[in-house]
Design a protein around this ligand. Structure first.
Ligand code: GLY
Length: 596
């Protein structure tokens, strides 16, 4: 066993607040700090090799199976399952259970997730929606004060008000029921042992605790866990979480019913409703009624591929698909990754896509969403004519994707936390899952060893703009619009790339860029996830500091863009499927890819 130090290729520090667009207030802020190096105690030789590969910018190669996720301990748990012949769904259960312990700020049992699945036996692609859901008692004015004005973001987030019914435990069980090969209960063994014996607090977790200490200190159970004796946990501390071990044991024994209709669900409802200073309305009935929804994947053609992902209530696949569709008429391969023209096209395609996202995309079980129209080839071809210029676009408005429903533009606030898991198993099944509790540390309410989400703040705080309703307003039983974009790229009916990222609404740009880098610029999956980012969602072109992307500042400014050079904290995890499996893990975070 060795001790590894990994120097990250890119150090993405906490970005400052950017100019806010009217329709998407604090979408532009990212509160998560990236770590400059990952320190992992007692790593196995396979893990050490994976860490070295990432450090050198090389993909990890394997023949049979592979798993890529945000923390080596979680990846090793998944690798154990795959080594025993488990399916990608089995491995996901083990990975998620460990992530909830070692990366509790980003995802866990108290959150929600979207999963895209390629089934090697049937050749079919499907998605599972485990998104958190608004309680039945939630009203459209949930995030407004008595005067009808939107609450300040953190006044809404911290406490019970923002907590939606968690979906992740139900999603884990639904995926295992459909596609699992191994028994359910032992999939939790690794996480239970780590929770009982203690895990080593990573630098990234420690940095995030220190940065959020004030908010983490607000509720006693949360403070006791993250700030024992008033001092933030430090990197290298060995931390036990016995309540989490007991929760996992209950889930392992009794399945998701134990979570939703047993003592855990009751405690969640009580803690939410009794949250001092900011109680919520989540009730036992909401827990009991929760269901995972299977939905068709949204696929958009790009070059020789179909880029497939999660439709509403996520805006992920539609917006990624729009960006790719809008640039598809241009020879991105010939332009190459250093060309300002390529980035002008990507940036303004993204702005056009975000304008449509803000108006049309929400939970399609509640409001009509023109899913087909938004990625219709003729619509995108027409809209792409706006890019036939050599300068930055001025004002950008939503298009008309053959839809006569008048919505106002959304003003939802969405901060990035979240985590992404990519897995390919030895039978050739592929799983792409993005999982979240929304803001770093979610609502800051901790129940039985895990944090509760603040996902409801992904709804628009306003219900109307100038008397016109907003599609993504709060409604009882509705799921808040997401940006999560778990993606599987298909070619000839087979998966060739599994990828996704955290990053709030920046997820969309991170994933679209990685697909272009891989498909057009000939990058391997590690290069595609490592390259510097350029993103434009609402008018400011964000370029990643400390990377080649920052060199685009001058030429993009000369084209008329407002440019901000800053840390861009993606967490891309991808697996390319060819003659071998090649895995890539984002150097901005602590994750790895591992395979055999
Ligand atoms: N809360 C992050 C997302 O769903 O996009």
């Amino acid at each position: 066993m060795r001790k590894m130090f990994l120097t990250a290729g890119v150090i993405a520090l906490l970005g400052g607040a950017l100019p806010l667009a009217a329709q998407q207030a604090a979408d532009a802020v990212q509160p998560e700090v990236a770590t400059s190096r990952a320190e992992v105690e007692g790593v196995s030789p396979a893990l050490a090799a994976a860490l070295s590969a990432k450090g050198l910018g090389q993909p990890v190669e394997a023949q049979n199976w592979m798993v890529a996720a945000a923390n080596p301990l979680a990846v090793e748990a998944g690798a154990d399952v795959l080594r025993q012949g488990g399916s990608a769904a089995d491995a996901m259960v083990a990975v998620q259970a460990v992530l909830g312990l070692v990366e509790p700020q980003s995802s866990g049992l108290g959150g929600g997730a979207f999963l895209v699945w390629y089934d090697a036996e049937t050749g079919e692609l499907t998605t599972l929606d485990g998104r958190e859901t608004a309680p039945l008692a939630a009203r459209p004015t949930l995030f407004q004060d008595e005067a009808g004005e939107p609450l300040k973001f953190f006044d809404a987030v911290v406490g019970g008000r923002s907590v939606g019914t968690p979906g992740t435990p139900a999603l884990m069980e639904a995926a295992h029921r459909r596609w699992g090969r191994l028994d359910w209960a032992p999939l939790f063994d690794r996480a239970i042992a780590l929770a009982e014996d203690g895990f080593t607090v990573s630098p990234r977790l420690a940095e995030q605790i220190a940065a959020d200490a004030d908010r983490l200190g607000r509720y006693r159970d949360t403070a006791n866990y993250f700030l024992p004796g008033g001092t933030p946990l430090a990197a290298g501390d060995v931390k036990k979480n016995r309540p989490y071990a007991r929760t996992l044991a209950a889930l392992a024994e009794g399945g998701a019913a134990e979570f939703y209709t047993g003592a855990i669900g009751k405690t969640i409802a009580r803690v939410v409703q009794e949250a001092e200073g900011n109680p919520g309305v989540l009730a036992e009935i909401d827990m009991a009624l929760y269901e995972v929804r299977e939905r068709p994947a949204v696929c958009v053609p790009y070059r020789a591929y179909e880029v497939c992902g999660m439709g509403p209530p996520s805006s992920g696949a539609l917006t990624v698909g729009q960006i790719l569709g809008l640039v598809s008429g241009h020879d991105m391969a010939a332009l190459g990754p250093d060309s300002p023209e390529a980035w002008r096209l990507i940036g303004d395609a993204s702005r056009l896509a975000f304008a449509d996202r803000g108006r049309y995309m929400a939970d399609s079980d509640f409001v009509p969403v023109p899913v087909k129209g938004l990625v219709d080839a003729a619509y995108l071809e027409e809209r792409a004519k706006l890019l036939d210029t050599d300068a930055a676009l001025g004002d950008v408005a939503p298009g008309n994707p053959g839809f006569d429903h008048a919505w106002a533009d959304d003003d939802s606030i969405e901060f990035p936390s979240t985590s992404h898991i990519s897995i390919v198993d030895s039978a050739g099944n592929a799983l792409s899952m993005t999982t979240t509790i929304e803001n770093g540390f979610g609502s800051r309410l901790m129940v039985r060893g895990f944090l509760l989400n603040n996902e409801l703040t992904d709804f628009s705080f306003r219900t109307h703009a100038d008397g016109v309703p907003i599609a993504n307003r709060v409604e009882p039983g509705k799921r808040p619009r997401s940006s999560m974009a778990p993606t599987i790229v298909m070619q000839g009916g087979k998966p060739v790339l599994v990828i996704g990222s955290p990053g709030g609404s920046r997820i969309i740009g991170y994933v679209a860029q990685a697909v272009i880098a891989w498909a057009d610029w000939g990058m391997n999956v590690q290069q595609a996830v490592s390259m510097g980012h350029g993103l434009n969602r609402f008018g400011t072109f964000d370029l990643e500091e400390g990377t080649d992307a920052a060199k685009l500042q001058e030429p993009l400014e000369a084209m008329g863009f407002e440019v901000s050079v800053q840390g861009l904290n993606s967490g891309l995890h991808g697996i390319a499927i060819g003659e071998t499996l090649q895995g890539g893990a984002d150097p901005r975070r602590e994750g790895i890819a591992l395979g055999e």
